[in-house]
Design a protein around this ligand. Sequence first.
Ligand code: ATP
Length: 795
Amino acid sequence: MAESVELPSRLGILPFRNKVLLPGAIIRIRCTSSSRGVAARALHLSRGVEKPSGRVTYIVVLEGLCRFSVQELSAKGTYYTAKVSRLDMTKPELELAEQDPELITLSRQFKATAMELISVLEQKQKTVGRTKVLLETVPVHRLADIFVASFEISFEEQLSMLDSVDLKVRLSKANELVERHLQSIRVAEKITQKVEGQLSKSQKEFLLRQQMRAIKEELGDNDDDEDDVATLERKMQSAGMPPNVWKHAHRELRRLRKMQPQQPGYSSSRVYLELLADLPWQKASQERELNLRAAKDRLDSVHYGLTKVKQRIIEYLAVRKLKPDAQGPVLCFVGPPGVGKTSLASSIAAALGRKFIRISLGGVKDEADIRGHRRTYIGSMPGRLIEGLKRAGVNNPVMLLDEIDKTGSDVRGDPASALLEVLDPEQNKTFNDQVKPIPPPLLDRMEVIELPGYTPEEKLKIAMQHLIPKVLDQHGLSSDYLQIPEDMVEFVIQRYTREAGVRNLERKLAALARAAAVKVAEQQHTIPLSKEEPPITTSLLDTRLAEGTEIEMEVMPMSVNDHEISNAIRSTSVLIVDEPMLEKVLGPPIFDDRETLERIVAPGITVGLVWTSFGGEVQFVEATTMAGKGELQLTGQLGDVIKESAHLALAWVRARAADLKLSDAGEINLLENRDVHIHFPAGAVPKDGPSAGVTLVTSLVSLFSQKKVRADTAMTGEMTLRGLVLPVGGIKDKVLAAHRYGIKRVILPERNLKDLVEIPQAVLAGMEILLAKRIEDVLEQAFEGGSPWKQQSKL
Ligand SMILES: Nc1ncnc2c1ncn2[C@@H]1O[C@H](COP(=O)(O)OP(=O)(O)OP(=O)(O)O)[C@@H](O)[C@H]1O
């Protein structure tokens, strides 16, 4: 209890602006000062609701312990401390003082008034029992403080109570205040009784609301909440919601008004209303008159090549121009990473004069991510599309739903079906997609536009015309300071990247630009560094460059702006990228043409061409045998279709074993007591589809005949049980992949001949394309020195 409080000689000081804490009392403060104060113990600290302005109120519950006076105040960091001396009496002093007859009379008087107050309150509330107990157990001087603190008195009166160090003064003052309070309760009661019967419902509601407000204020709870709710209402009114939404929102607002901020459901209700008020119900980008010529020019200026795709986009825009409210198709861009899907979509938005937003759906498994959670769910959030609209701030943006193929379904529902619902009646949405496993009903609503990968020549043009100017600009450079010659770009394409798109190429060029910016800026020493930043020294940079790693770190101090950089660089001679610089910045080349040679080390290994989410790819297939029960083991993240192809291939080869020129080892391998193990390396990439058929047969024939296949040859094609080779998809991408790996011979199904027209001459010129109708044709071409068959096939 307070009497036993040991007061330290120094205390942290909390200045109060409009409230006084009396010893024994417990108050909640909203924070804010006199040379007198009360030592307090913090009982509880809680964090209030965050305001839309970002302001957070903290509520501290304090228990007053004893009066003190400030001897010396000093500021320590952001708060004050003070040297204090105790004002309230110590226990022995009190015991002595209590002998005073005058004090005894005063005490009795006070207790009687307090008792009277309690009995009046008792008729109204049931919670006064505890106060009664206080009256019997707590020393009277302390009671005076506690009682006065329990009702509303002016700040000045509170201050004078605080100043009443003398017990007699304190008791008579408290007596007076309690008496006054008692009177006011009685008067109020009389008035209430008179008025009550005459109040209408709405008046009552108003009165109650006013009282609630006063109570909240008293509790330190008002927190501008009332004002906040009023602000929210104003915001809602100006959001321009359609009438049905407004009706619903208004009902919710009424509910919110009746709630306490601490009440469950308050914050979810509030977040919900904030969202409703924030949505761009009426705000739309002003769509400008669509100029097809300008749109085409823009597409051409931002994108190299892609003629067919651009043509399709212009057609789409033309239809929109003629019939703006037509149920437009949802465009679905399919292609490997970095082929320009996102930038095409943003060009469509620019052509339409609308805002562009990209929403990634990758990894969405929960239907609620699309549809939004139930509002009552704790931590509920709006769906990604609504969130996107809010972010866009307009109700007619062009939306790019990225990675739609990467949504999955589980117990939490099926996002694809939610998407279907969202997209079906809608229009003007652009879709982005990378591979095809999009559920058919969803795919049905979209117009698929394929973007194949680029040839090295196309990449070179894209780099020279688009990527280099863009990257230089992003780094505050220009061709006056950094030049990357064509042959160096070609070198980067061939030796540092092996991708269908140009994403990594762009990254490598950016790494060169970063290194150049640092070097150039460093030569000048004119960039003022901020105080905290140690100056960039030559040795640091050189070691980073010498490490051969890509410089990921942004070395420019944040305080340096583009203007300063260009000033700094202006007088520097132009930096021309050469091979040593490439090696310094990007490290030693990562890729070369020898990979297939190095990997075709034993019979049983074949080079296949496949289609993955990264576009066309070269896929090695490795077959081997080991002791077992004649079973087929398959590894490398394979889908059902590819597994079936493997069983089919093994069945086919075993059926024709008699025709094979087998080595001794091959004879053994064919035995029924050995397992055949086929592995597809790059185990992290899921693989499926029928086009590995011919590759699998070739691997098995190579294994059983113990003849190595040609390392310069890659193949693709589905096969039938009868040995026919069927055509497969993605031929252009697959041939481009072979080209990237420096593979010179490609075996394709004969019926894919028509697809070759899509492949640029520059790529075909350096390649030998072999067409196969039957699996024997493939085998004939795949091995050094001809077919592994005993008799030449009769083709
Ligand atoms: N034909 C092109 N002409 C000019 N720049 C291009 C072309 N294709 C791609 N780019 C550039 O390559 C970069 C990557 O393109 P973008 O981000 O649009 O690819 P994406 O296909 O959307 O990739 P992801 O599927 O990984 O999102 C961008 O800077 C883009 O401007």
